[in-house]
Structure formats: C-alpha cells, structure tokens
Design a protein around this ligand. Structure first.
Ligand code: KG4
Ligand code: ZN
Length: 342
C-alpha cells in the first residue's frame, strides 16, 4: 500500500490526545505530531479519576487537541487519508466524546473512519517505534489491564494469561492514595521507591501456581496493613518507612511480573521479541527487570519510550494505519464500547 497519513484520537481515560502518524509503503511508521492534554489537575482533589469530569473535559478539549496535532504537523485535515479513534474499552463518556468528534471530522472531510481498540493500540506500539515483526510476546500492563499476549497479526492476539483481579497500575494508584502521594500513583511511587529499600515483607501472589495468571489485589491490602502497623508503632508514617513501603511494593510487583514473564516466554513458542507496553511499562525499575528476563531467555527486548507507553493518540493512529493497510474501515455506525476484549 502507498504511504498513508492517519489522524488518531484518544479519549478513553484521562488524557485527551490527537496525533498524526505516517505509515510508509514498506510498512514502517513515523510520528509526525503527538499532542497529549492531561487532566491530572482536574482530578487531583478527588484522589482518582472522576468519569463525569473526564468526559466533560474530553468533550471540551478534543477539537483543540486535533487542531494542535494538525498545526504541529503543518497539515490540513484533507491531507490525511483516514481518521482513527479509540472506540473502547474505557470510560464510556470519554470514548463517546472521541468517537463523536471523529465521526464529525470524517463526515466533513469525506475521510474513512477507523475504530481502534485501545488495547490493540498499546499492543501494536512496538511496531511503530521499533518496526517489530510478528509474532511477538507482549506484556500489556496499564491502569486497567495486565495480560500476556502473543501478537500474531494486527488483529490477532492470543492471550496466554493475565491478572485475575486488579491491574498493577491500579495497585500503584491505590498504594499512592494509601501513602498520601499524588496521582497518578505510578510515577510518585516510583520516585519514592528510588530512595527506599526493599525491607518490608509483602506477598508475591500466585507465584506458587503454574501458568502466567497474576493477582495484585492482595498486595494492596498487604500495603494497607503494613502502613497501619507503622502508624501504630510510630504515631504517624515516617518518611523513611513510606519510601521503604514504596520500594517493597514495587519489588513485589517486579518479582511477580518477571517470574510470570519467564513462564510466558516459555509458553509463547517462536517469537521475534519480548515487548512491553501500557502505562506501567514506563517504570524504569520494572523495565530493567523485564529486560533482564528477556536477556536470560536469549530474546530481544523492546520497550517503547515512556511517553508512548502511557496513553497517547500516536498508538491509535498507528493501529488505524495497520487496519487501513488491511482494508478494514468502519462507517458512521461505529459504536463506542465500554468493554471490548482483544
Ligand atoms: O496506559 P495508561 O496510561 O492508561 C490505561 O490504559 O490504563 O496507564 C496508566 C497507569 C496508571 O495506573 C499509572 O499509575 C501507571 O499507568 N503508571 C505507572 C508509571 N507511569 C504510569 N506505573 C508505574 N510506574 C510508572 N512510572
Ligand atoms: Zn492505556
């Protein structure tokens, strides 16, 4: 297929994003512009994302993000070949804001509309950043998801295992709340952990069970108990204990992810690489540990840059480009889906 230029929109959680991506005739990708408008300030005082506030902010800002992405790229809407948009899974008000905007743009400019699964966006990112060939093993680890996938084609994902309860990102966010650290919890827990030591004993759930299923909800409860014990002993939470709790929690997540990755690599058969994506894959300690597992197995390791691990629209534009290349487009009946397994 000839070179294509795709406008992508993402609004399924708390980032309002638009991006332009080019897919060359040889199948390689390049990011032309990538705009992410964050909502952290709007949700800060609530200690978590408020879906109604998120949806309103997306509806207000999505066209600004699109304008900025086009302007940064020096392009007009009609220079694009298609419009790709996250059609799920996610917070439905936000997904709707993106889908409605994309439908309007598509109808106005007469461009094909492509609905993208947000998880496929994360899982295909290593093809955009590193030109990774199929099949590869992907650990998709974010705020709402945690699964091992054998990525066999742009629309074929075989699930090898995953969390049976919470996602690690959710656990990072909860631990941050328990320790009065700012949201999103991942970066703040990682920063505290860097100054702490792994001295507090916490469980490594499901490590004694075969396969690559995981569990993280018990770990949150264990952090809560350890915090309460420290508060009872010290009459408050000393800074050093908070840091050690962060380091110990992060180490427990690391140990579970690395051991389960070893097993997933053993199960995945022939793959070109072990790749990670999703917000939690932005964590430096976890990336280094997962890289070591790949090395041990003699498998190349691919981790997109941190800003392409967390939510963005470049991954949606790219997944749209892959669908367009396969001749898969949608029409104005495209539905927004709160749930949409890969
Ligand atoms: O992929 P993402 O941006 O949104 C979802 O699709 O969920 O992931 C967001 C999640 C949040 O839970 C956030 O705390 C976590 O990724 N996260 C991190 C880091 N940066 C973001 N977790 C651990 N360490 C980080 N550096
Ligand atoms: Zn995401």
């Amino acid at each position: 297929m000839a070179e294509t230029t795709i406008l992508g929109l993402e609004s399924s959680c708390d980032d309002t994003a638009a991006a332009i991506v080019r897919r060359a005739a040889d199948g390689t990708g390049a990011i032309v512009s990538n705009i992410v408008l964050r909502q952290d300030d709007l949700h800060a005082s609530f200690g978590g994302i408020v879906p109604e506030i998120a949806a309103r902010a997306h509806a207000e800002k999505i066209d600004l993000a699109v304008e900025a992405a086009l302007e940064r790229a020096g392009l007009g809407l009609r220079d694009c070949d298609a419009i790709a948009v996250t059609a799920g899974p996610g917070l439905i008000g936000g997904v709707l804001a993106g889908v409605m905007c994309a439908k309007g743009l598509s109808a106005a400019a007469g461009l094909p509309l492509i609905g993208v699964n947000h998880l496929a966006g994360h899982a295909l990112t290593p093809r955009l950043t590193d030109g990774l060939a199929f099949p590869y093993l992907m650990l998709l680890v974010s705020g709402g998801h945690c699964q091992f996938l054998r990525v066999e084609a742009a629309d074929r994902f075989v699930r090898l295992g995953g969390t049976i309860d919470d996602a690690p990102g959710e656990a990072f966010d909860k631990v941050a709340r328990l320790l009065a650290l700012p949201q999103p919890g991942g970066p703040s827990v990682e920063a505290e952990a860097a100054a702490g030591t792994e001295t507090i004993r916490l469980p490594r759930p499901l490590l004694d069970r075969p396969g690559c299923d995981m569990s993280f909800s018990g770990l949150k409860t264990a952090v809560l108990r350890a915090r309460d014990a420290a508060v009872a002993t010290h009459g408050g939470l000393p800074r050093g204990v908070r840091r050690d709790l962060c380091a110990s929690f992060q180490a427990a997540v690391r140990d579970v992810l690395t051991e389960k990755s070893r097993r997933a690599l053993a199960l995945s058969g022939d793959v070109t690489a072990f790749a990670v994506a999703g917000g939690v894959a932005a964590n430096g300690t976890l990336r280094a540990a997962l890289e070591a597992v790949a090395k041990e197995a003699g498998c190349p390791f691919v981790a997109p840059p941190p800003d392409l691990c967390t939510d963005n629209a470049a991954m949606i534009a790219w997944a749209g480009a892959e669908r367009l290349a396969a001749g898969q487009v949608d029409d104005l009946t495209l539905a927004a889906r709160p749930r949409w397994p890969l």
